[in-house]
Design a protein around this ligand. Structure first.
Ligand code: NAD
Ligand code: DAU
Length: 350
């Protein structure tokens, strides 16, 4: 694999993956294709932008001509596809953008790759997906790779649809793919509309922490660099046509996680214990809020030897340290589209 197209490489997970790949594989050409929506930011990749094996292309995955031109120009023989609309709350107010990017964009990539890869056996398409396609767990148990799909939000419905298209291309055209479904990632460079970076930013400014519903929903949290390493492993060693679940084996009720975060923040900011927790504000629940996600990642561990590397408490401290040291990054990404979006949708609460 020499010329790898990573889509969505300016986003949260994509930027960690691009950094990992350009450093680990100096012989590969890594082409990062990203539309730079509100969630994509080239600042995330400043440290590697001048490396000889890295190229950035600003383009829309839905743009047939642009994708065609990238495949021709760089002789792409591997794709790792992350570009997506990724925020559940936004999918509730604007589902069509999710259909466009997540479904149509994915099928456009599949079509271009299929056309360019006819007759080649040195090619692979990796589709990065989410555990949310499996729906919501209520009574214990874990998502395994054979759990039936049961998406509950417009976001997860769009991701499920794209997953189905990838598998359908594998079945119908013998298109060479691998796929993974991962739990909630955390770490540096996450856009501050997702739980952890939003709450860190709000605690610094002593703004309310909007906990949806009763805060009893459960998520499984994974250090983002561990996700990047899992993708690398599956891309190179995963069996063709297979799906792998990726998770942190690290379930938290939102409210427990938020209390832990508050404690860490008080300590780091030198504030009195209990200061941050006073900002907790229970707000109207997310519509159709999935109760619990939990991943069984034993297939990935048993077949490819992957395990999460970081304990959550250590990862959370590292995450908090990064956001505190990069307050300007938060201010910049929060200043534009982000703020306007939330002010429009939700009023002054944010
Ligand atoms: P993100 O929102 O931080 O980044 C998405 C990136 O895609 C951005 O850089 C954005 O500019 C780009 N993009 C959006 N629309 C595009 C288009 N039409 N053309 C080209 N680029 C476009 O998302 P993330 O959290 O890094 O997630 C990346 C992928 O991983 C997504 O496919 C998501 O579904 C999946 N995933 C995320 C998580 C998580 O916890 N964040 C967990 C499992 C799976
Ligand atoms: O499970 C993987 C998914 O994790 C990814 O596919 C998504 O792209 C990613 O955004 C994430 O989805 P969530 O909806 O779980 O993440 P979010 O950070 O938005 O919310 C985490 C939990 O916290 C969820 O139960 C909703 C709750 N929440 C979130 C926000 C932003 C709040 O209580 N208040 C908030 O303000």
């Amino acid at each position: 694999m020499k010329n790898i197209l990573i889509t969505g490489g300016a986003g949260f997970i994509g930027s960690h993956l691009v950094r990992h790949m350009v450093h680990k594989y100096p012989d590969y050409q890594i082409i990062n294709l990203d539309l730079l929506t509100y969630a994509g930011n080239l600042e995330n990749l400043k440290d590697i932008e001048n490396l000889p094996n890295y190229t950035f292309v600003k383009a829309d995955i839905c743009d047939e001509a642009a994708i065609e031109s990238v495949f021709t120009r760089f002789d792409i023989n591997g794709v790792i596809h992350l570009a997506a609309e990724s925020h559940v709350d936004r999918s509730i107010t604007d589902p069509m953008s999710f259909v466009r990017t997540n479904v149509i964009g994915t099928v456009n990539l599949l079509n271009t790759a299929k056309k360019h890869w006819a007759g080649r056996d040195d090619v692979r398409f990796y589709h990065v997906s989410t555990d949310e396609v499996y729906g919501s767990l209520h009574d214990g148990g874990f998502f395994v790779e054979t759990t039936p799909y049961d998406p509950q939000s417009p976001y997860s419905a769009s991701k499920a649809s794209s997953d189905h298209f990838v598998r359908a291309y594998g079945n119908t055209y013998k298109f060479p793919f691998v796929m993974s479904n991962c739990s909630n990632n955390y770490g540096p460079y996450q856009f501050p509309e997702k739980l952890l970076p939003l709450f860190i930013a709000n605690i610094v400014k002593e703004k309310p922490l909007p906990v949806y519903g009763q805060g009893i929903n459960v998520r499984d949290w994974l250090w983002v660099e561990d996700h990047a390493k899992a993708i690398d492993l599956i891309f190179h060693q995963g069996k063709e046509g297979e799906t792998y679940n990726i998770g942190g084996n690290n379930e938290w009720r939102n409210i427990d996680l938020i209390h832990l975060l508050c404690k860490v923040m008080d300590k780091k900011l030198g504030r009195e214990t209990g200061s941050a927790a006073k900002l907790i504000t229970y707000v109207t629940d997310r519509a159709g809020h999935d109760m619990r996600y939990a991943i069984d990642a034993s297939k990935l561990t048993n077949e490819l030897g992957w395990e999460p590397s970081l304990q959550f408490e250590e990862g959370l401290e590292k995450t908090v340290d990064w956001y505190l040291a990069n307050a300007e990054w938060i201010a910049r990404v929060q200043s534009g589209a982000y703020q306007n979006y939330y002010l429009q949708q939700y009023g002054e609460r944010y």
